[in-house]
Design a protein around this ligand. Structure first.
Ligand code: ZN
Length: 242
């Protein structure tokens, strides 16, 4: 029987998008729900963003995912992105301890006979929050470490930033803004699959949500769209647009 995973990224606190993802994640064949970075509200925040994001996770996201896990027994994986304030990481760690989900950043978590590993940091960009920015050589060092935690050929990497110079990293003005180190990592390690986000508009700009880099499939489904894939047969992959 097929074992399906559903992935969405850049949900930015949109409850409707979370509910849609969990609905898709409730299917009988679904084994895992994977939530990429930029999980909490940002642009809609009024007042203190850190408190607003904390309350979103504390009062909606964590209890909701806990309930979902209890009801469905599916695996849930999640990590922060550049718009999620690091100061609130403790609340996610508490959520992990309570059994609501497994955290991904700089970790490789088992999923059946494969792994799901995550990387939240992005290459330097002209965005407001600097919590999760790093220079390319620092990213390269982190990815080297991460790639030692599981066999890349058996690992799905959730990396918030997309690889540079692909159909997955194009902003509204046509510029490529992805990470050079992430691209190099994919070229050299040839992971099973890499899933990205961060550049919300890239699929609209390029008409592409999936790329092949050597033997690796990489995807950025765009903000809020759901990527559905068979964890044992990546030829079976589709996108449910937002
Ligand atoms: Zn985002």
């Amino acid at each position: 029987m097929a074992e399906i995973a559903v992935y969405a990224t850049d949900l930015h606190g949109e409850v409707r998008d979370y509910e849609r993802l969990l609905e898709a994640g409730s299917g009988r064949n679904v084994r895992a729900v994977i939530i990429g970075g930029d999980i909490s509200p940002f642009l809609t925040a009024i007042g203190d963003i850190a408190i607003y994001q904390r309350e979103f996770m504390e009062f909606y996201l964590i209890p909701r995912l806990k309930e979902f896990r209890r009801k469905t027994k599916k695996d849930v994986f999640i990590m922060m992105g550049n718009d999620d304030l690091k100061v609130n990481l403790d609340i996610l760690e508490k959520g992990e301890k309570s059994g609501a989900f497994k955290l991904l950043d700089m970790k490789a978590q088992p999923l059946g006979d494969i792994f799901v590993a995550g990387y939240s940091h992005i290459n330097e960009a002209p965005f407001l929050l600097k919590d999760w920015e790093k220079e390319e050589d620092e990213i390269a060092k982190d990815l080297k470490k991460l790639s030692g935690m599981s066999d890349p050929k058996k690992t799905v990497y959730i990396m918030h930033a997309p690889p540079l110079g692909t159909g997955l990293d194009v902003i509204f003005n046509g510029e490529h803004v992805g990470s050079r180190a992430i691209r190099k990592f994919i070229e050299e390690k040839q992971p099973l699959l890499t899933l990205h986000g961060h550049i919300h508009e890239s699929p609209q700009m390029t008409g592409v949500w999936k790329e092949v880099i050597g033997k690796t499939i990489s995807s950025n489904p765009g903000k809020g769209s759901i990527l559905v894939f068979d964890i044992h047969d990546l030829k079976v992959m589709e996108i449910l647009p937002r």
